[in-house]
Every structure is written in C-alpha cells, then in structure tokens.
Design a protein around this ligand. Structure first.
Ligand code: NOJ
Ligand code: CA
Length: 690
C-alpha cells in the first residue's frame, strides 16, 4: 500500500474570546478554531468551540458554506452530557493516497485519497473527560467520527443521544423516507423542501437552491445504533439514534469509535453516485479470499409466491417442492443462470411466522422438498441452490440455529443465503440482559451486533449473505465481502402486491438515495405486468432490462415466472447476456427522482452495458460513447421503448435492434413514460492503437 504524508497548514488557532461557564464541570475555556481541507482543496472543514466550550464543526466547498455551525457531542444516560466546557487541540492534517481492489463490485479499483485530521476535545473542568473527532476529507465528500480514548473518567459510555448536527446552509429539495415508521425502510420517497422534512432515514439526499447536491449518511456502522435525522429547525438536522434495549441507544466500553457520519457533496446528482466515500471509510477486507462467492444472476421459486400462485407454507400450493426446484434448476442451466432461490423449503411457515419466527427450523425441510436430491441435481447441472433463512425478525431464535444452518449449506455446496427479518418496526427480537428474548428495532445496536455475527458465522462456512429487512448498508461489504447485497427499500415485490405498487419515479429515486449506501437485491426482470397491485408493474419492458445496469448488485434476480421468459426470448436475451460484476462504472447523466443513465464495463471481458431509466415523463437523452475504447468497433445490441410504449398502456412495446458504433458516436435515447433503454456493446475485432 502506498501512503503519502503531507502536512497542511492549520488556518488559524486560538482566535476569539473566553467565556465563563457556571456549574461543576464548566470552566473557563478559550474559543478555538482550526481548519483542514481535502487533498484537492475542494472541501474544507472547520472545527471550533463556541463560547460555552461546546465542540462544533462547519464545512464549505470551494469557499461556499455547505454546513454551517453544527454541534458535536453526546447526552449520556448515567452522567452529565459530554458537550460543554471543552478545550480543543487540533493535530496536523495528513494526506493519504492509496488504491485498493474490490473482490467484486461496481468497479474493480478504488482510489482512497483523503486528508485525515484529528481534533481532540477535553473537558477543562473536574471530570476531564475526552473525546476526539477524526475527520476524513475527500474532494467528493467527508466523514467524521468520534473516537473515545481509554480514560479513567469514562469507562462504560451509555449514549442516550448524539448531539451531532447537520446545519445545512441553504434550503432546496430533499428526497427522503420517514424514520420510526412501522414498515421500516420500505417507503416511497418524499420529495419536499428541505425545511419540510420531518424525521428521515439515511441516506437522505438534498439539492440546494444553488444546485449543490448533498447526501447525508453513515459509514462502517459496527456495534452501534443506526442514525436517523430529525429536523430541529429550518434546514438544521440532528442525528437521532435508533433506540436500544434500555434508555441508552448505545452502550460501549472505551476505547471505541462511532460510525463515520458522512456528507457526499457534488455539483451534479451523477457525482454522488460516482463517489466511493462510503466504501473508502470502511476497514479493508477482514475475510481474505472470498472467491468461493461468484457474482451471478439467479432465478427463483419466488415471484409465483408473491402472486399467490404458490405458497411458502405446506399444502396443495406449496412452492418449494423437489419437482418445482428441479424445473427451475433445469431452466437456469439451459439459460446460463448461476443460482436458484427456493423460499419456503424449511419447516416453520405454517401458522404465524410474521414478526414471530420461533417455529422456523433452519435445517429441517418440508417432506416434499428433498434438499439432497435438489442440490445434487444442481451440482450436475452447474447451478447452485440459494438458501433462504426467513427469521420473522427473531434474531434470538435464529442465532441458536444459524451455525447448523450454514453448516448444512456448506455441506451441500450452497454459497449464498437470503435472510429475512419481516417484523414491524421495533418488533425484532434479540437476547436481553438475562438471556431471554426482548424486542428490538431492526437498526438497534443489538441488531448491528447480530448482523455481524451472522456475517462471521456465514463466512466460516463459505456462505455469502443477502439480507432483506436488513440493517441499512453502511459499506461493510468492504470489510466483510460476504455481505453481498441486501434489500432495505421497497423492492420489486411491491409491484406484485403493493397498494400502491412502485411508481415510475421509484428507481430514479433509489439510485440517488438508498443505492448510495450499497448494492440492493431489487429483483428486476418482470415481463408479466398484470399483478395483484393496482396498475401492475409500472414500467415498460425496456426499463425492466435497463434496471440490470442502473441498479448495482453482485447478485441479480431474473424475478419473473419461467413461462414469461419462455414466451419472450427476444427481451430475455438481454437478461441472459448482461454482466453482474464490473470493472468500471460511469454515470452519464441524471437528476434525482427524474432519470439516470449509467454505463458499466464487464469485469471479465471488454463488453460494456448501458442502462437508462426515466420516471413518468418521456425524455430524450444523449449518451456520448466516449467510454468505449478509441479506434474499436462495437456491436450495440439495443433494447429500446417502442414508439407507442407507455407504462400505463403499452409496457411490452419494445424494439430490439443492432448497429455498429465507436467511441466517437453519441446515441440519442428516447425513453417512453415510465420507460428505459438497455444496450450491450460487444467489441468487434481487436482494438487499434489510436
Ligand atoms: C420479504 C422479502 O423482501 C421477500 O423477498 C420474501 O419473499 C418474504 N419476505 C418472505 O421471506
Ligand atoms: Ca421486504
């Protein structure tokens, strides 16, 4: 690893007045101010104390304020708040620059180029407690976290609330989903003015009146409560931690670090998506070689359950039968898919599993599902069975069996599992202080511990995890690259039965909000547009194809019924051909909630793919092909909306055509209402030197 140290000057120190603060822990504290900038000088952060000795920070971009004076600190449940009477000592900023490789991902190599700046705060009063704030400044965003050193006056830290603020300078538009509501993260995105947001989950993305885009989120949430944002006044937000098992949201022994609080900042919406800030702020791979997991496309005994053609539970409609699984494996083998997901294979689906989960066995199959025969058949055909562990939110029950469940999968050569935590908000279950189950929030500290235990246990058995109803993604896939994908938003299933289903703008919202956090198992590829949801699937077919490029995940489902693929070999060909593991990603254009066009280069070949999607409005976009190799000819396999395509009336209207292109071409993409376009670029012959 290449590491370059470079010292940047502190801009100013010890400026300003002193203030007298009353009370036992308060002392006279000089106001202090210092700053540091990102390597290219784009972002600057200032840290300071106010006249009460409160730690504060502010951020600007190219001299323009982005976040104004914002508080730092903590309310503790068993001690005086850590917020006043503090003296600040700023260290010299240092610059780091290295490049690391992802085992799989949306790009192969990631440059990690940042300025690190440590600012120590210490109480000047009798308690003398200390906390450091460490900033990492990139040209496209910043992260900061609290680091609690070992200290006599603060051994066990019981955090009631974080006082961290994000005091946005300007008003504008915000895209956000509500925090604390019963359906967890499965909400449609609100588009409102920033000063009309209530309590929001992260990532929350805003576009200020000046046009500047900012996304607030967190990175590396380990053994800590998930952070939401509560608007306190105007355009000022405060971190609001997910409740814990007591009146403390977080209980930790010092020394420890909080997750990084992150701000991605860009002139364009596209810049947010191209940023690798969240991954860069996570620790390097701790699992080592994970080549046993292969990025793949998969089919499933799944959509037919959501359409109520089959059931998870036993009986005449049971979906997870040996015969049905083998039928899917044969189809997968014939068409080049790597895996088949089978839900409802294990005992526990009869009766009330929702928010309960205590009847689930993770080793015992239903009698009509012969897992040995199914996996043997899969092995012979080169198709893996993908496991399923629905827990009903009962992490307590699951933890008692998961090791055995993963051991079973390992023995059967199954290298991935979809987990599920279906329970209303606050309705998960974890071990309480006396070892018996207590209720918890899906993004509580206890659940963050649970998900890491799952990832570690799964890794011991060479199993990769795709969690539904998960703890939100904070980029931990860098450290635990068997955390392959997750849900954590409204997926395609809402277009099967949602009241309402996902509207046409949904995916153009996701790309610039939830997907900034990491991969999503969205499950695209639907051609049967009439479902149980009013309005059915509210996209065109071409948009369904484009989603394979627009939404990144190392596992991508072809979610529809096999009969719909058999009946439509033309558009199905794109699903068969599109790669899932990428060397490069470029965002060609986009506006939050409106449209986006993304091009990605295959990791295993010189093929490129492009996906473009719009909301309910038709659009004509241009796509310069300058990402292709100069001097090389490509066959563009184009899947575009037909002239009469419309998500309400003619979703299946698609034109499939081919033409030859080079990097000098600029394509015009005509997208229908609720439409999209998908293109695969296949090189013809060898590249000539330009
Ligand atoms: C909700 C998940 O999102 C869905 O994919 C799954 O089929 C059901 N839970 C049952 O586990
Ligand atoms: Ca779900």
């Amino acid at each position: 690893m290449m590491k370059r140290r470079q010292f940047l000057a502190l801009s100013a120190a010890a400026a300003g007045t002193s203030a007298l603060i009353s009370g036992p822990v308060r002392a006279q504290t000089p106001a202090t101010r210092a700053s540091a900038s990102s390597p290219g000088g784009v972002l600057t952060v200032q840290a300071f104390t106010d006249n009460d000795g409160r730690p504060m920070y502010a951020t600007s971009r190219q001299g323009r304020p982005v976040v104004e004076d914002s508080r730092l600190g903590f309310l503790l449940t068993d001690a005086v708040a850590l917020e006043r009477g503090m003296a600040m000592t700023a260290s010299q900023p240092m610059t780091f620059d290295d490049t690391w490789e992802q085992p799989w991902g949306e790009r192969r190599f990631i440059r990690n180029h940042y300025t690190e700046w440590r600012v120590a705060f210490a109480e000047t009063g009798v308690l003398g407690r200390r906390v450091d704030v460490v900033f990492r400044l990139y040209d496209d965003g910043l992260g900061f976290r609290y680091e609690f050193p070992e200290q006599a006056g603060l051994k066990t830290v019981r955090i009631g609330s974080e006082l961290t603020e994000f005091n946005l300078t300007e008003n504008g538009t915000a895209w956000w989903i509500p925090a604390w509501e019963w359906n967890r993260e499965e909400y449609l995105y609100n588009r409102s003015s920033i000063d009309a947001v209530g309590s929001a989950q992260t990532p929350m993305t805003v576009k200020g009146t000046s046009g500047l885009h900012v996304s607030i989120h967190e990175a590396a949430c380990v053994d800590y409560a998930g952070m939401n944002l509560r608007r306190s006044e105007g355009t000022k937000f405060r971190a609001a931690l997910t409740p814990g098992l007591t009146n403390a949201a977080v209980v930790r022994e010092a020394p420890f670090n909080t997750p990084w609080r992150t701000l991605q900042v860009s002139d364009t919406a596209a810049g947010l998506v191209e940023s690798s800030l969240i991954l860069n702020l996570n620790e390097p791979n701790k699992l080592g070689d994970v080549s046993w997991f292969k990025p793949m496309k998969y089919l499933g005994v799944w959509w037919e359950m959501h359409l109520e053609l089959k059931s998870w539970n036993a009986g005449l409609k049971h979906g997870a039968t040996t015969v049905n699984a083998i039928k899917h494996i044969d189809f997968a083998a014939e068409h080049g898919f790597g895996g088949v997901l089978v839900e409802g294979w294990n005992v526990g689906w009869d009766g009330n599993w929702f928010g309960n989960g205590s009847d689930f066995s993770f080793t015992q199959t239903y009698p009509d599902f012969d897992i040995e025969a199914v996996t043997a058949h899969g092995r012979a055909k080169g198709v893996e069975l993908i496991g399923h562990h629905e827990t009903g939110g009962n992490a307590f029950h699951y933890e008692q069996q998961m090791e055995a469940g993963f051991a079973l999968y390992e023995r059967l050569g199954m290298h991935s599992v979809k987990t599920g935590y279906v329970a209303d908000a606050g309705g998960a279950r974890v071990a309480g202080p006396d070892g018996t189950p207590v209720m918890a929030w899906n993004e509580s500290q206890a659940m963050s511990q649970h998900h890491l235990r799952v990832a570690e246990a799964a890794a011991r058995h060479k199993v990769a995890v795709n969690a539904h109803e998960p703890f939100k993604d904070t980029g931990l896939r860098r450290t635990y690259p068997n955390m392959i994908s997750r849900e954590g938003a409204r997926g395609m299933e809402f277009s099967a039965w949602g009241q309402p289903g996902n509207p046409p703008e949904h995916e153009a919202n996701l790309v610039f909000t939830r997907l900034l956090a990491g991969p999503m198992d969205y499950t695209p590829g639907i051609f049967g547009m009439e479902t149980r949801s009013p309005g059915g699937v509210q996209t065109t077919w071409a948009k369904q194809l484009a989603l394979y490029v627009v939404i990144y995940s190392p596992i991508q489902m072809a979610a529809d019924l096999l009969i719909h693929y058999e009946a439509n070999p033309g558009p199905f060909q794109f699903i068969k051909d599109v790669p899932v593991d990428w060397a490069e990603t470029r965002v060609l254009n986009g506006e939050v909630g409106d449209y986006v066009t993304i091009a990605r280069k295959d990791r295993a070949s010189d093929v490129w793919a492009l996906g473009s999607v719009t909301d309910e409005h038709p659009r004509v976009l241009t796509a310069p092909l300058d990402f292709l190799d100069d001097g090389r000819r490509y066959r563009a396999e184009i899947y575009r909306d037909g002239p009469d395509a419309d998500y309400k009336t003619k979703r299946e209207s698609i034109v499939i055509e081919q033409r030859e292109v080079t990097s000098a071409d600029v394509l015009t993409l005509a997208l229908a209402p609720g439409g999209g376009q998908a293109i695969r670029f296949v090189p013809l012959g060898r590249a000539r030197r330009a």
